[in-house]
Design a protein around this ligand. Structure first.
Ligand code: MHO
Length: 241
């Protein structure tokens, strides 16, 4: 009698959660290297967060609002601000120019969008300003649609609400649990693992890169298999909202 009840319970657990409790993972949340910061607006920040988070040399990302003047913007009261993504990167692995290339190639910088989704570079140094303007000018020469991208000094970054951070990852609640994140977890803004997984789940970083770095990130086998399945399924699909 007891046995029967017990086996029912364990079947239920298996059916709703594909992750077992066994084997805690030693995940690479914190990467302690000197970083530089880049800030971009290029449409809905869910996709942008994934795009940059999967790039080699990117340590952490977060999404928020900036570029405007109104104090304390929120998603539903964004005022004159834009959805932006802040990218912290290791400049010995990826350069600001590499990131700019990703920026120009993955949205339509000639499209006139409302301020919330406009094309925006907020530079953090005179060097970044020069590179941003130089790459914009050479794109302008090649394109017949013009480029409306605003290039302005970085002023203030307002963090977006918790549910916007690593949005793609947060759609996988069992995986979130397995990785030790609560819903809308503050750590989603700082964790290296969160940035990477958020890209792999939507195919914005290659399967080859995943295979090389999965052991370094500290996943166990079932977590590796789970993420890899999505990386394979969506590889090359491109950025979307
Ligand atoms: N069309 C999207 C916009 C989200 S975004 C973070 C939606 O589903 O609401 O601006």
């Amino acid at each position: 009698m007891f046995k029967a009840i017990f086996s029912n319970i364990s079947n239920t657990i298996k059916g709703t959660n594909r992750f077992t409790e066994s084997g805690t993972m030693n995940l690479l949340h914190d990467v302690k290297v000197p970083v530089e910061t880049a800030t971009f607006g290029m449409g809905c920040f869910w996709g942008v967060d994934s795009l940059f988070g999967g790039r080699e040399g990117v340590i952490r990302t977060k999404v928020g609002y900036g570029g405007g003047k109104m104090p304390n913007p929120t998603y539903y009261n964004i005022g004159d601000h834009t959805e932006i993504t802040q990218v912290e990167f290791d400049p010995t692995i990826v350069s600001y120019e590499n990131l700019l290339e990703l920026f120009w190639k993955n949205h339509e910088p000639g499209a006139r969008m409302k301020t919330q989704y406009c094309s925006l570079i907020l530079y953090h140094s005179p060097e970044q300003k020069t590179l941003a303007e130089k790459t914009r000018d050479s794109l302008k020469e090649k394109s017949n649609r013009g480029v409306v991208t605003r290039i302005e000094p970085f002023d203030k970054f307002y963090d977006a609400e918790g549910y916007h951070q690593k949005y793609r990852l947060q759609q996988h609640s069992d995986l979130m649990k397995a990785l030790g994140f609560r819903k809308d977890d503050e750590n989603l803004k700082t964790s290296h693992v969160a940035a990477r997984v958020n890209a792999y789940l939507v195919g914005l970083a290659s399967v080859k890169q995943f295979d090389a770095e999965a052991p370094k990130l500290g996943f166990n086998q079932e977590t590796t298999d789970y993420i890899r399945e999505y990386a394979v399924k969506y590889q090359g699909r491109g950025m979307h909202c």
